[in-house]
Design a protein. Structure first.
Length: 126
């Protein structure tokens, strides 16, 4: 009976850790998606200072989350997202509407893909 209790406790601990990870990742990706969208929308209005501010804030938040991202996310995902954020900043600095579309779409796809991959599903357990 003791073994079953320990196994159940470990399962509950793993589940709690996964739920925490999902909440943390959802908060991070949602914030980054909003900032990326703000940067793109500002660029569409020719507000390049606003686009640059939003892109810089997104990169800043991503870098501040380094302790979390480098432990809980795959390094290839971290590298790809870091690169996409740098491209977004470069597009905003270049002040060219079309130069911001591809980085924005890439960042959006990477963030939503990462969030979807990390969701707990029945199929990911069994």
């Amino acid at each position: 009976m003791k073994k079953e209790a320990v196994a159940l406790a470990l399962l509950l601990l793993i589940l709690a850790g996964n739920l925490w990870n999902q909440r943390r990742l959802d908060a991070l990706t949602t914030g980054l998606l909003h900032l990326a969208s703000d940067a793109y929308d500002a660029a569409q209005r020719q507000d390049w200072a606003g686009a640059a501010r939003a892109a810089e804030e997104a990169e800043k938040r991503w870098l501040e989350a380094e302790r979390y991202t480098h432990i809980f996310l795959r390094h290839t995902d971290v590298d790809a997202l870091t690169e996409a954020l740098c491209e977004l900043r470069a597009g905003a600095a270049g002040q060219e509407k079309r130069g911001l579309l591809a980085p924005y779409l890439r960042l959006k796809a990477l963030l939503t893909g990462l969030r979807d991959m990390e969701k707990l599903r029945f199929g990911s357990v069994f």
